[in-house]
Structures are given as C-alpha cells and as structure tokens.
Write a protein that binds this ligand. Sequence first.
Ligand SMILES: [Zn+2]
Length: 333
Amino acid sequence: MSRIHLIDDRIFQEITEVKRQSQGKVPFWRKLFEQYHKEGIAFKDAEDLRDLYRKKCKQLGIKFDFTSMEDKANINRMPGARVGIIDIETLPMLAYTWGLWDQNIGLEQIVSDICVLSWAGKFLNESEMYSDILTSKEAVARDTSRIARSCWEFLSKCDVVIGHNFSSFDIKHINSMFLKHNMPPLKQVIVDTLMIAKQNFHFSSNKLVAINKELGIRNKQENDGFPLWAGCSKGDSGSLKTMLEYNINDIFATEELALRFRPYIRNFNMGLYNDIDTIQCPVCSSTNLKSEGFYYTPAGKWESMRCQDCKCISRKKQNLLSKDKKKSLLINS
Ligand SMILES: [Zn+2]
C-alpha cells in the first residue's frame, strides 16, 4: 500500500461532513485514518491525513478553521475538561517611607494597597484571548470591582486553571479581590507550572522567562520595568495599553511551557470529564496510547500506558497480581 500525497474529492467531502458533525467536540481523525487504512488508502498517520486535508482546503480556498495548532494531541483528543491559562498583573503598594533599607512600614503609612491591575487568559486549544485591565480612572482609584467580575466570568468557565506561580501568587490576589467584592469562591483544579518545575527539574532559575529561554520556546515580552507599573498606577493610558499587551503575551509563554510540562502533570485526569469509556491519556485525553511494560509498587503490578501524543506515562488501575501471588508476597518490615 503506497502512501498517497493528495486526497480526492470524495475523501475531502467525507472528512468535511464528519468534521461538520463533530463540531469540534468529538475526535475523528484517528478513526478516519483507520477507516481509510482498511479501505487500502494509505496515509502516514492521522496527522498526515489532517495535513493533507488542510492542503486541500488551501487549494480550494476554504479557510482552515482549526482554532489552535499548537496542541498536537488535539488530533486524538476526547472532549473533556476546559483548561484555562491565566495570568494577572498587580499594582504595587504605595507607602510613606523614611528610608530604603530594612524598613518596617506600618499600616498607617500605606497610601494605597496592592490590587489586581489586569488579567489575561485563554482556553487551551482555543484561539480567543480574554483579558481586562483597569481604566485610567479605576487605576487611580484602585477600583477593581469591574475587572473582578470579568475575571470571575472567565475563571468560572474553567475546570482546570494553568498558571506560573498561580497557587502562591495569582489565585491569592484573585481570591482577595473576589472576597472584597462579595463574589463567591470558584472551584477548579490548579496546575501550577512553577510547582512542576520545582518538583521535577533543576533549572538555574524557575522564573518563566528563564525556563522558556532554556527550553527555547516562546517567551515573555520584555517591558520597561518599574516605570511601566508607575505609569499604570497614575492611570496613564499608554502604560495601561502596554501592560495589557505584556499580560497577554505572558499567556502564550505560559501555554507553551504548560504543553512542554504536560506529561509531568499529576493532579488531574482528563478522562474524568467525559462519559466515554475508551482508555484516554490522563493529561491530554488522547486515545492514542500504547502499552509499555509494567509499573510496580509494593502492593501490586500494573500495566503502564504511554501516550503517543504528549508522551505522558500512566498506568491502568487494575492490579495484575493474582490472589495467590498476593498471598505469597513478603513485605519489608
Ligand atoms: Zn497525552
């Protein structure tokens, strides 16, 4: 069976129809690839089929409408959790002080407290960017009531939230803002890329900018440093505009890092977010998995599964040890 390099009109129409029916919710490329393979029409793999379909779309002048190409696992992905990537910027505290070093600033010396200045977020595998920033008037008054609502709206749609240093910084500022404005708490699983970096790797610095530089992936936008924050605090519209661009750019950098770190995520399982009982990768929900030996604990033996898309290694839940084997096992004491 020789590999074909063009798809004909029949296949094109079939794919278009399946794609229309799936409405971006049901994965179909792998299934179609297998179906054509049975018919004796050879593609390299499911991704090859999708690439050829894209080529044909271009030839025919049809706008290719996949929202995101960065996530290769998307091709076999089952519908599941909505994963949001979010980052905030804050305005610094303003305070009276008599010196530069070792200062103890009393509460009565504070002129304005820290507050959320802006937020930006997007959903994984979707292209639309969501963001908000204080207006000039709101920045001067440090009035976060409006952006608190927009931020709450975005977060309320996320099952999982990814951010860098999100657990120690962003979510605490966000929660304080929600509490201040009498907004109810939200539920979602947090995936903190800083924690993944600390737990699994040794980077010279765990700052997003340093890790992304080391990995050679899309990085944060540079900025003017403190003068930009000072400009925002004074309500300067140019500074606010630049700040929002900077905040948005951070999202792309965080998203790229999250995709690189994905096989190391441990605290959520995408398979829980749909009712499909096919085996799915716990972190990317791809159905493209291969058995890869066994995983042993003192209590059992489990079949290991390797995701062929994100490379995550997981294991099945069924203990493969027989009753007799379990009885015969000794435990170190
Ligand atoms: Zn995966």
